[in-house]
Design a protein around this ligand. Sequence first.
Ligand SMILES: [Zn+2]
Length: 139
Amino acid sequence: MSDEKQFTIESYLEYIRNRKLMGSKCKDCGVTYVPVRKLCSECNSTKMEWVEMSGKGELAAFTSITVGTPYFVERGYDRKNPYCFSVIKLDEGPMISAQLVGVEESKPETIEIGTPLKVTFLESEVKGETKVDLGFEPA
Ligand SMILES: [Zn+2]
């Protein structure tokens, strides 16, 4: 993969399929964006570069979801088997949202804000196709 990839969500998702969490960093002011942006909202620069994230961060917010979207229902989540959707503050600064795994989803009171997390890539088979989704788990 080259660094010449466009700064689009499609490229970002392609990196995730290849198990890389990438962001774009503004060459002018140094702010990092995950998911990527073409235009820096701090200084309006379009001089971006791809940077690989450490994948480390901490739990900023989460919600346990019992009535999922069809995408999650297809993957076996329901009222009895909820999943956690979380917001993670990455060590590099950006906040991103992803599924939280490795926790007791049905006991949200056991999950603590500020828990150190690390990135993981969640594989699932949906209609015979392997999907890779971004996830986080306790570090
Ligand atoms: Zn900037």
